[in-house]
Design a protein. Sequence first.
Length: 227
Amino acid sequence: MNILIPYYSRSGHTERLALTLAARLRSLGHCVALEKISVQSVRSKWRLALPLLSTLPVLPLYLWNTSFRRWWLQRYPQAQQSIQALSYPDVSSFDRICIGGPKWLYIAYPVARYLEQVQGLAGKPVGAFATFCGPPLAIFELEMLFTPLRQRIERKRAHLISTLAISSHFHEFFFFNEMEYVFRLISRLAFKKSLSSYMLESPWGEREVQLFCTALCAPSLPKSANL
Ligand SMILES: Cc1cc2nc3c(=O)[nH]c(=O)nc-3n(C[C@H](O)[C@H](O)[C@H](O)COP(=O)(O)O)c2cc1C
């Protein structure tokens, strides 16, 4: 299969995952091209946080109420960021597209812009992968990222067949990476496991990569496999 991996990475963790996926898919006999999405101008972390501030007050209600969550994920203001010209602006010649980025509360802004700009997605089976600091919390991490991603992919008349989320154990907020310690604690409380149990190098990470690649390359295409 011809597989394109477009990915954005600000601090290198998602890039490492993209390269791991490329190596794994190549070892399975597929032909893989990488598209590194670059922003036109790099923003400070404080500027990145600004578009998210207005969405923070709804977070408690979001976490507590399923109906509100469904409503909100259709309507929240998704920020975008200008990206540089793409090497593959039209992806119609690929059999699979495997899009990756970090979680920035929701979709990372350059990935949101990529999904708007890219041509030729219609009818394509798409995989989506991400890194974030936390453990794989179903509502706060997975749903908050992959539901809006799936909506945007489906708006392009493509379908999401496979998702992968790995903890980077890294968060640049606030001053001294304090958020990383918050997520370490959440991992212990919610899963009774250390945050490093959900990293790429862990047996769990290895298994998730394998499941993702298998679902991505499966010849039959159930519409929501591995979601
Ligand atoms: C603006 C912003 C928002 C973030 N939001 C989250 C979040 O909601 N959950 C989380 O676990 N990590 C969050 N992170 C941490 C990143 O997702 C994490 O560090 C990621 O692995 C970075 O990937 P990269 O090195 O490829 O850029 C956020 C980081 C930034 C800069």
